[in-house]
Design a protein around this ligand. Structure first.
Ligand code: HEM
Length: 443
């Protein structure tokens, strides 16, 4: 009789193990399977592969191998990358509540944790409405003469220099337009000190985030403090003058929520620095790429010149300012801008984080994983844009298929500054090609 236990016990243990395996398998299935892909080395994941080559090569080769949804691990974070228009829409639009914006803490500290793009929910939508109304076409059309003035003075200052760094100069131009849209006509001493400190923040943004005296990151944090002080001074002055203004600062100062609460100085400063940050590099890179694409296609440049020269003559060679109607009626120049946005895909991808376990097309995106819609892969997919590597503005004579063209993102966090960005680019190009010639040297 005792011997029988020798058989029963192992059989029981085996049965128990089997039940566990079945249960855990069932549990796994009910959560869906992870997308295909490789997680690379422990912790490091595939960070080295991503950073040791052109990131576009990394994303494209992954898409070729695994398809439009794949997993990887970057900088210690498990990620799911999505390269289809449907998947981008799922994350950014239809299921946006399941994904929150995510940025490294060090970057949040530099920009300011109350800046709208770090948030979602009520706070985000209140601030977003303010930003949107400050950059509505009806608001920004009033800025045209001032933007023209900024464009012309930048161009005239270059005319005396044998060579300029296009991107750096475009950054100065975009910064000045940003300051105009935020503060209206600001005293030049304020402008200079804002510029000085903002440039230090900008330098520190991509440095190693070590806050020891002497490091770029530390200097950036100090400059960030200064920026807040300057913004507070400007606010005090404005309050003393009791001036009601319709620029972005005016909108921020006039805001009251449903409980009658106004924004704190901290929230105002963070959002001002946030908007400057979102506006400057993006617009400057776009302009830089446009100049390069036009320079590489002299026939196209001549056609753009002809379009702009007609307006230049209509305005008696700059005696009259550009009108809003004219800026809305530059079809070829507009197509050059959108094709440049597609080709260069300045914001190649964005980041979100899953706030719950999410199932997409039978795949599991676990809670806490980063999710990256890959705009560039979509913009360069021959399924949506034929011969995607060829710069061809005429492709925009027909509207792209829905959700295939997202240079300004999509959904609740889509770019509220897109009209201002396009307006300043059009104005800049008008004055550049009407008055000047340029030669582009790649470095
Ligand atoms: C060519 C120029 C620009 C490009 C390509 C661009 C692109 C984008 C993209 C792709 C997003 C969405 C990011 C995401 O979903 O994570 C975004 C957001 C944003 N952009 Fe732009 N942008 C440009 C210019 C501007 C300008 C001029 C402004 C301000 C005047 C601006 C202000 C913002 C802000 C505040 C957000 C965050 C919106 C939110 O979180 O609700 N951008 N931009």
């Amino acid at each position: 009789m005792a011997e029988i236990w020798f058989l029963v016990v192992p059989i029981l243990i085996l049965c128990l193990l089997l039940v566990r395996v079945i249960v855990s398998k069932k549990k796994k299935n009910s959560r869906g399977k992870l997308p295909p892909g490789s997680m690379g080395w422990p912790y490091l994941g595939e960070t080295l592969q991503l950073y040791s080559q052109n990131p576009n090569v990394f994303f494209t080769s992954k898409q070729k191998r695994y398809g439009e949804i794949f997993k990887t691990r970057i900088l210690g974070y498990p990620c799911v990358m999505l390269a289809s228009p449907e998947a981008a829409r799922f994350v950014l639009v239809t299921h946006a509540h399941m994904f929150k914006p995510t940025y490294p803490r060090s970057k949040e500290k530099l920009i300011g944790p109350s800046a709208l793009f770090f948030h979602q929910g009520d706070y985000h939508s209140h601030i977003r409405k303010l930003v949107q109304s400050s950059f509505y076409p009806e608001t920004i059309r009033k800025l045209i003469p001032d933007i023209e003035h900024i464009a012309l003075s930048s161009l005239q200052s270059w005319a005396n220099m044998p060579i300029v760094s296009t991107y750096q100069e475009m950054k100065k131009f975009a910064f000045d337009v940003g300051i105009l849209a935020i503060f209206g006509h600001l005293e030049s001493s304020y402008k200079e000190i804002l510029k000085h400190n903002y440039n230090i923040v900008d330098k520190g943004y991509n440095s190693f985030p070590m806050s020891l005296p002497g490091t770029s990151y530390h200097k950036a944090l100090m400059a960030r403090k200064q920026l807040k002080t300057i913004v507070s001074e400007i606010i005090c002055e404005r309050r003393e003058k009791r001036a009601l203004q319709t620029d972005f600062l005016g909108h921020l100062l006039n805001f009251k929520n449903e409980k009658g609460r106004v924004l704190t100085q901290e929230q105002i400063a963070d959002n001002i620095i946030g908007v400057l940050f979102a506006a400057q590099d993006t617009t400057a890179s776009c302009l830089t790429w446009i100049l390069k694409y036009l320079h590489d296609d002299q026939k196209l440049l001549e056609a753009v010149k002809a379009e702009q020269k007609a307006i230049y003559e209509e305005n008696s060679r700059e005696k009259k300012p550009l009108t809003w109607r004219q800026t809305r009626n530059m079809p070829l120049t507009h197509k050059v801008i959108v094709e440049s946005l597609r080709m260069a895909s300045i914001i190649s991808f964005t980041f979100r984080e899953a706030v719950v376990d999410v199932e997409y097309k039978g795949y599991l995106i676990p809670k806490g994983w980063k999710v990256m819609p890959l705009f560039r892969n979509i913009h360069h997919n021959p399924k949506y844009f034929s011969n995607p590597e060829v710069f061809d503005p005429s492709r925009f004579e027909v509207n792209p298929k829905p959700n295939t063209f997202m240079p300004f993102g999509s959904g609740v966090h889509a770019c509220p500054g897109n009209e201002l960005a396009k307006l300043q680019i059009l104005i800049f190009l008008h004055h550049l090609v009407s008055n000047f010639r340029y030669v582009f040297h790649a470095r």
